[in-house]
Write a protein of this length. Sequence first.
Length: 128
Amino acid sequence: MPEECSFSYALIRLVPRVEREEFINVGAILFCPAKSFLKASVDVDCARVSALAPEISIEEITPHLQSIKTICTGGREAGDIGALPPSSRFHWLTAPRSTIIQPSTVHSGICTDPETVLADLMNKMVRV
């Protein structure tokens, strides 16, 4: 039987008008220390973004969303943050912020395969 381990995750939200607190889930970050797993997945539904905030340029937010994935991977491409251990990178990525790209609160669970959990989160919480 596969070993169960704890994980933590946060959704990545696009909040076009911060003062209105309306958002669209555009991705997820999942951290499972026992499996040395830190990964983000992003999928922007351009039609939904356009319906909520036609003034938002997908081309402008894409590099910022990609940087989340890069920070999860770590290394030189992620800059100084990339040199931090995965737990520190996860906590940095999930710290509250008031920009148009924000993390949700952190949630936790138990799993045997974090990659499958991340895919499930994307299908249930991000994709419609």
